[in-house]
Design a protein. Structure first.
Length: 565
């Protein structure tokens, strides 16, 4: 009777969102925990949901979820415990650096749960998320393969398997394309008004909307858009920024971006059907996808015909697979003649480069090459750690071995336990040459850009090239060595370097990549000449000419869209 009264009281407090009261009552009556392990979960969730939680609450909640797993006798409760543990790590790892160390415990309880229970769709999907933060692409893909084999119907599964195959060489162009054609079956089509019945001619100008979940403070996407928008022909176009992220994240570059749009629609609280209704009510004529498969929850919007012209650009450097996305904006360097058949969208090729960076407003200064001060070469890469493929590890390690006393600086937007990265390089015996900088220690974009001052030569990743990082390095006057690829996402470095007129940094293969890195590390005079050339010329290249780029972009869209509806 006492037990029933206590449990009922806890449930009532939880339903009324009195989370602090729930926590106090459970922790002050821990004699109930042995017989009612669900209380561990309720207590942990309360610590997550309470409005004033802090790092101690998050760590305490993780302990609660672990206890819930260890004390539960029912499979679905064990699964809930593990999923809650992993989700808590993922959500809070960027906010609290200390949480990153808990991913190793998450792996232990996940693998124990998997061993005890076997296949479970919810558990495996959570495991995929976990392995991404453990920078274990192989294990993530193995789970996804099993989910697909078991005929999961989750759009998250099929999207994740699609985009993770950009990070290695397992698929060629044809294999990726064939897979992308299957994805559409797992995304619903929402109701939409037939575009032929919408009178777009009532619009005084062509309404063009750019839709994204990444219009956040200093997100890389904002630096490719904010200046580009300033040169839109206001006699022809009316621009709409359509954000699917709360405006609380709008500051710095994203605030500037917001101000550069003529209209701003925050649709983050709406479901996909409601978003479609709003966009059609606004009579958006050209809708630009900046989401791609990275955002399975929202990309399905483009599985419906919302606007007369639907275009994919910038957010995802590959085909999405949806028949209702009409065009993929690319350039002649990214998709070669004859390869168009491997993309679901028609290819709209820009004459020079597929995007353009806004640059930065703080002063550029030509600094002495770091090797002159350090007396050793410093390589660097600030790409997402998932892009450090096995091939990249092999090549970078070879470069470090053959360059006496050299160092490699790394920094990633993905917060992970740095020991994981050190261990990867330890297998090649070069871990002592690696220095990792934590993103959380950089207060703003200027701090981040200043880190390029420490680098003599930047090293691009492959097959998934850097984009933002290559633009940033070149803006700073730092040369970037990249390698030719086989599809759009693996040729980004090649296109950037060609448009920067520094083709000499494009390598044919791994051997050539190593040769170029060694040449410039051993010929400091040539390295200094190259750095001076980049510093003096790069801002005058197509890479940073927002006006020219924007005008061609608009003309290309006009060439395929005539308002005849």
């Amino acid at each position: 009777m006492q037990d029933s009264f206590f449990l009922d009281n806890i449930n009532k407090l939880f339903s009324k969102k009195k989370y602090n009261d729930v926590i106090i009552k459970i922790e002050n009556n821990n004699q109930f925990l042995e017989n009612y392990p669900d209380l561990f979960n309720i207590c942990g969730v309360s610590k997550i949901l309470k409005s004033d939680n802090n790092k101690s609450d998050i760590i305490s909640a993780l302990q609660d979820f672990e206890n819930y797993f260890l004390n539960s006798k029912v499979d679905n409760k064990k699964i809930e415990a593990v999923c809650n543990y992993i989700a808590t790590c993922v959500v809070n790892s960027k906010k609290y650096e200390d949480i990153i160390s808990y991913f190793s415990k998450a792996k232990k309880i996940f693998e124990l749960c998997k061993k005890q229970i076997g296949y479970n769709e919810k558990l495996f999907i959570s495991g995929v998320d976990l392995y991404k933060y453990l920078v274990d692409l192989y294990s993530a893909k193995q789970l996804l393969k099993e989910l697909i084999k078991k005929k999961s119907k989750s759009k998250i599964v099929y999207s994740a398997f699609g985009y993770l195959n950009n990070y290695d060489y397992e698929w060629n162009l044809k294999e990726y394309f064939e897979y992308s054609k299957k994805i559409i079956d797992f995304f619903p089509q929402h109701r939409s008004e037939i575009v032929n019945k919408i009178n777009y001619k009532e619009n005084k100008k062509i309404k063009i909307g750019f839709i994204s979940k990444d219009f956040k403070a200093n997100h890389s996407l904002t630096y490719f858009l904010k200046s580009f928008l300033l040169y839109f022909d206001k006699n022809k176009f009316e621009t709409y920024g359509i954000t699917l992220t709360d405006d609380n994240f709008i500051k710095d570059s994203s605030l500037e971006l917001k101000n550069n749009f003529e209209n701003w629609l925050n649709l983050s609280k709406l479901n996909n059907q409601e978003i479609i209704n709003v966009l059609q009510n606004h009579k958006i004529e050209i809708l630009v996808d900046l989401l791609g498969l990275f955002h399975a929850d929202r990309i399905e919007i483009f599985n419906s015909r919302i606007s007369p012209l639907q275009v994919s650009w910038l957010g995802y450097p590959n085909t999405v697979g949806f028949s209702n996305i009409d065009y993929l904006i690319s350039d002649k360097n990214l998709i070669k003649d004859g390869e168009e058949k491997f993309y679901s969208e028609k290819i709209l090729k820009l004459s020079e480069i597929w995007n353009c960076h806004s640059g930065f407003e703080f002063d550029r200064k030509l600094l002495e090459t770091p090797v002159k001060l350090n007396k050793y070469i410093t390589f660097g890469s600030f790409n997402n750690f998932l892009k450090i493929s096995n091939e990249v590890l092999e090549v970078w390690s070879e470069i470090l071995k053959k360059t006496k006393n050299s160092k490699l600086i790394l920094k990633s937007s993905l917060n992970v336990n740095n020991n994981i990265i050190y261990e990867k390089f330890k297998k090649f015996g070069v871990h002592n040459s690696i220095k990792i900088y934590e993103s959380s220690n950089f207060k703003d974009i200027k701090d981040h850009i200043n880190l390029y001052k420490k680098i003599d030569i930047a090293l691009d990743t492959f097959p998934y090239n850097g984009v933002t990082t290559t633009f940033e390095a070149l803006w700073s006057g730092v040369p970037v060595i990249s390698m030719k690829g086989y599809n759009m996402n693996s040729r980004c470095g090649e296109s950037i370097l060609k448009n920067g007129k520094i083709d000499s940094l494009i390598s044919e293969n791994k051997k050539d990549y190593i040769t170029k890195a060694l040449y410039y590390s051993k010929n400091i005079d040539k390295l200094e000449e190259l750095r001076l050339k980049i510093f003096n010329n790069i801002l005058n290249s197509p890479l940073f000419n927002s006006k020219k780029f924007s005008i061609e972009y608009q003309n290309k869209l006009l060439s395929v869209y005539n308002r005849t509806i």
